[in-house]
Design a protein around this ligand. Structure first.
Ligand SMILES: Cc1ncc(C[n+]2csc(CCOP(=O)(O)OP(=O)(O)O)c2C)c(N)n1
Length: 265
């Protein structure tokens, strides 16, 4: 029987909201917008094999949304769920911005936006040189695509024919301080990646079947990197957070937490 992505995504979203509530943490919105993507990628595609160099590599370039990464790793059994209670606490290894090797599946320290694609590109190039079938995935924010380093690496990846590299852009159209179109309009991000030599797929980033199809396509043998532009809603799943800028940073009150839990049930 196939994986029930809806159930996995639901559990991940529940854990994200609970983790951030308990920690008084930020980034509910951006963590919820990518939870469906993480559920399908982690349960359907990533070969984690934590003790093995041949594992696939995942880079959460939008590192501020680490709760989605940690809850995804809990969901696939690589982190004990009780660890989520330590998120963001002094001395905890479950830092708000992920730290390399803090847990199996945390491949890099991220949070300074614009660097994840470089890491994923390097990892994909190394795999190609070593003739390995390791696949590198990077999840980026659309606001993050304002960074020039993204486009340097896009050129480098296509120049090196890195068909073992998949970029996923969480296209929720909100950044930390405003709408992307008001800050630095990226326009058609897919078209830009295409111009930089990528094969591009535009999907609904909350539709599990579409995410699965896109990842199937991206992980077939090929000589071009793939960019999946996943149209999403910031705060997806919690009505009062959906497409609301303030939920980039805001943390939930007890009442808001309880309402969110009710809605996610
Ligand atoms: C280089 C860098 N500049 C600024 C920040 C501060 N910052 C954290 S989140 C964020 C907004 C990111 O927007 P987006 O990439 O669209 O992420 P999402 O909306 O999916 O959370 C910013 C500017 C940062 N982490 N790194």
């Amino acid at each position: 029987m196939g994986v029930d992505y809806s159930q996995k995504a639901k559990e991940i979203k529940h854990d994200i909201i609970t983790t951030l509530y308990k920690a008084g943490g930020s980034f509910n919105g951006g963590s919820m917008s990518c939870a469906d993507i993480i559920a399908v990628l982690f349960h359907g595609f990533m070969r984690f094999k934590p003790d093995n160099d041949e594992r696939d590599m995942f880079f959460l370039s939008k590192g501020h949304c680490s709760s989605a990464l940690y809850c995804g790793l809990v969901s696939v059994g690589l982190i004990d769920k009780s660890e989520l209670n330590t998120y963001g606490k002094d001395g905890s290894k479950m830092s708000v911005h992920p730290k390399k090797n803090s847990y199996p599946g945390v491949e890099a320290s991220t949070g300074s936006l614009g660097h994840g694609l470089a890491l994923a590109t390097g990892s994909a190039l190394a795999a190609k040189i070593m003739n390995s079938d390791v696949h590198s995935f990077v999840l980026m924010g659309d606001g993050e695509c304002n960074e020039g380093s993204v486009w340097e690496n896009a050129m480098f990846a296509s120049k090196n024919c890195l068909g073992n590299l998949t970029v996923i852009v969480d296209r929720n159209r909100l950044q930390g301080c405003g709408r992307d179109c008001d800050i630095l309009n990226m326009g058609d991000i897919g078209q830009k990646f295409n111009t930089f030599g990528f094969d591009v797929l535009n999907i609904d980033g909350h539709n599990h079947a579409q995410i699965e199809e896109a990842l199937k396509y991206a992980t077939q043998k090929r000589d071009k990197p793939v960019a999946i532009i996943a149209e999403t809603v910031k705060g997806k799943g919690v009505s009062f957070m959906e497409d609301r800028l303030e939920w980039h940073y805001k943390s939930t009150t007890k009442e808001q937490y309880e309402q969110a839990m009710e809605e996610l049930r």
